[in-house]
Design a protein around this ligand. Sequence first.
Ligand code: G3P
Length: 200
Amino acid sequence: MIILLTVLCFFCGSLMFSYWVGLMIHKNIRTIGDGNPGAANLWKSAGYKFGLLGVVLDFLKGYIPLFFILSATNLTNYQLIPLALAPIFGHAFSPFLKCNGGKSLAVSFGVWSALTDWRGALAYAIILALLSLLLQLMKRRKSLTSEEDGRNTVIGMLLLVLFFIYGNYPNFIFWIWFGNLLILIYKNKQSLFASTSQNS
Ligand SMILES: O=P(O)(O)OC[C@H](O)CO
């Protein structure tokens, strides 16, 4: 059953809603900004209404499968590890985009919301907001580059472990966190290793 559910979760994550919503309104978001097929580029190319739609859909494809699995099954903690990582992996390596999917930020929020009763996702959102604010103050400008956003995404996930340690979360949460971190590092590798001088 775990294999079947993992495949189902992977399939949910691989549904590239932001990209497809863009195509429906004749926008190829892969040609916008950093080319990521996520909600931010949908927002940039089609405005906030479509951007929010992309955020919600990409969030729900992580939240809904995990929510139902947690509600309807009695799987043990460690059995949840592949199930939780599958939607994140599905978005990052979507077969619908020839395994070249998105950065998996929105779907990660969905997964953590379901897994931690919103707490982990809220903590991650606060960490990201603080990191962005700090960088904006340091740089004395309003918007961050996509490289800076990418770096914040990874640093924020790294710092999220402090919340899980403080909250005495069980071990399997740390394995999911570690898998999520590795996927984010891989998907943001260009931002992480880009020269800072290029962006300043
Ligand atoms: O990480 P993704 O692919 O869900 O995209 C979300 C945002 O567009 C990233 O800034």
